[in-house]
Design a protein around this ligand. Structure first.
Ligand SMILES: Nc1ncnc2c1ncn2[C@@H]1O[C@H](COP(=O)(O)OP(=O)(O)O)[C@@H](O)[C@H]1O
Ligand SMILES: [Mg+2]
Length: 221
């Protein structure tokens, strides 16, 4: 399944303040979509709505597979994942944090071990496998969040400011992970960042929210 997502006239108001007025865009696989815009313009709000965590006041979010509409059921929700800027972790090893989603879905021990190993290598955290996740640095924690999302094999990965609270070195590693994901035909990425130069480095499509309206700055390469 190669999933596309279409936002149509999405609007959202909080306590009388209009945040999103008219956000329409068709996100088609594959590629990296980067959403920028000033602080408070509604990037995180848009991402939560697009990832079906929150309802818009009006407008719709639709998902498509080969141009056929897909119901927003549990099966679909398992194919889309949002990683928040502050990743919450369980008080246990890095391994168990990443394995959790597979375990609760009844995936066997050997398959779980293989998948977790692969994904930890991918985010360059193999050397931290047995460490308690609460003792990771913020950059490592963000990578753990990405690993936990990737291990489930999502079609669309939503990343909200993955490098906002991490140092330069980890920021670079996260950019490397995203580029590698693209090379290996990983999930479609829809990501927010306030870092303009990062946005230009990573984006296949650059989008911006201005005055509640979503617009494309740069089309697909
Ligand atoms: N749940 C909420 N309740 C009230 N106001 C909110 C809520 N979520 C976001 N907002 C407000 O909406 C605006 C946009 O927030 P946000 O989407 O986080 O912006 P960005 O991610 O672009 O910095 C901000 O003014 C924020 O305070
Ligand atoms: Mg935000």
């Amino acid at each position: 399944m190669s999933l596309g997502m279409e936002a149509t006239k999405v609007a959202k108001t909080y306590n009388g303040n209009s945040v999103l007025r008219d956000c329409s865009y068709s996100f088609r696989p594959p590629g990296v979509y980067i959403l920028t815009g000033p602080n408070g313009c509604g990037k995180s709000t848009f991402l939560r709505i697009a990832a079906l965590i929150e309802q818009p006041d009006s407008g719709t979010i639709g998902f498509f597979s080969d141009d056929k509409r897909v119901d927003a059921d549990l099966r679909l929700k398992r194919k889309i994942t949002l990683v928040l800027p502050k990743v919450g972790v369980f008080n246990t090893s890095v391994f168990k944090n990443v394995a959790y989603g597979l375990t609760i879905r009844g995936i066997g021990k050997q398959e779980t071990e293989e998948k977790v190993k692969k994904v930890l290598e991918f985010v360059q955290l193999s050397h931290k496998t047995r460490q308690n996740a609460l003792t990771l640095s913020s950059g490592e924690t963000q990578r753990l969040g990405i690993a936990r999302a990737l291990v489930m094999g999502p079609d669309i990965l939503f990343l909200d400011e993955p490098t906002a609270s991490v140092d330069q070195k980890n920021s670079r590693i996260i950019e490397e992970i995203l580029l590698k994901m693209k090379q290996e035909s990983g999930p479609t990425v829809i990501m927010t960042t306030h870092d303009q130069s990062q946005a230009k480095r990573l984006a296949d499509t650059l989008l911006v929210i201005r005055d509640g309206v979503l617009a494309a700055e740069k089309g697909p390469k």
